[in-house]
Design a protein around this ligand. Structure first.
Ligand SMILES: Nc1ncnc2c1ncn2[C@@H]1O[C@H](COP(=O)(O)OP(=O)(O)OP(=O)(O)O)[C@@H](O)[C@H]1O
Ligand SMILES: O=c1ccn([C@@H]2O[C@H](COP(=O)(O)O)[C@@H](O)[C@H]2O)c(=O)[nH]1
Length: 228
């Protein structure tokens, strides 16, 4: 997509942490937690590369989109709202997504996480940071290590999504266009924010899968694997 990452966007967003900071629902355990945000447009290959990173570097992959889709399937009270948002390519309220992420982190038992497809807008980012900074457990005051950004043209991403064939309700041309718009307007500013803090590791995601993973591996080499 040839995205420019030179603008600093740092908009304070009010967050209702009381809805998020349940004693029972805080971040897991009492150990140092490593978090990498994996961001990029729809179809840029985030999920594909996260699967590779899990195998080589022992991270747990948490796809916010997958967690939301599982929530719909579970018949939860938020299911219909989430389904409608996803059909329209809109961003689900932070409190819902963050609670799902917190639960998945706790249940994983791991201390290294790839958070894929989140934070998707400034409100997500501010809400996540708020939860982290106000965590009652000192060791769980997590700062994301870095943001892995998959940079890919819309043309390529559209082709990949239309060829994906996973039966997703949002993989149709109308919703894809909405998702691209939301990515440009709401998600890129988050990447720009982290870029201004020197935290973005940008990958040319337009290359073949194996070549993309070669670049990914270089970035993850400091986290070298406890896993073969
Ligand atoms: N580098 C690549 N070259 C060609 N095809 C790829 C590449 N990476 C992934 N794909 C394919 O493109 C499709 C989308 O990939 P993937 O699901 O990993 O993207 P994503 O960024 O996680 O998408 P979304 O955000 O919509 O969930 C899949 O069918 C995948 O096999
Ligand atoms: O943090 C998130 C992540 C996802 N969504 C919604 O889900 C769809 C699909 O997300 P993928 O990352 O492509 O699986 C996305 O378009 C949003 O509607 C969300 O709201 N918040």
């Amino acid at each position: 997509m040839g995205t420019m990452l030179d603008a600093t966007v740092d908009v304070p967003v009010p967050v209702e942490t009381s809805k998020l900071q349940d004693a029972d629902e805080s971040f897991p355990g009492d150990k140092k937690i490593t978090v990498v945000f994996v961001l990029g447009g729809p179809g840029s290959g985030k999920g594909t590369q996260c699967a590779n990173i899990v195998q080589h570097f022992g991270f747990t992959h948490l796809s916010a989109g997958d967690l939301l889709r599982a929530e719909i399937k579970s018949g939860s009270e938020n299911g219909t709202m989430i389904q409608n948002m996803i059909k329209e390519g809109k961003i689900v309220p932070s409190e819902v997504t963050i609670k799902l992420l917190q639960r998945a982190m706790r249940e994983s038992g791991n201390d290294k996480f790839l958070i894929d497809g989140f934070p998707r807008n400034e409100e997500n980012r501010a809400a996540f940071e708020e939860v982290i900074q106000t965590s009652p457990v000192p060791q769980t005051k997590i700062e994301p290590e870095f943001v892995l950004f998959f940079d890919c043209s819309e043309e390529e991403m559209q082709q990949r999504i239309l060829g994906r064939n996973q039966g997703r309700e949002d993989d149709n041309i109308e919703t894809i266009r909405k998702r691209f718009k939301v990515f440009m307007e709401s998600s890129l500013p988050v990447i720009e924010y982290y870029n201004s803090k020197g935290k973005v590791r940008k990958i040319d995601a337009g290359k073949p899968i194996e070549e993309v993973f070669e670049d990914v591996k270089e970035i993850f080499s400091p986290y070298s694997a406890q896993v073969a």
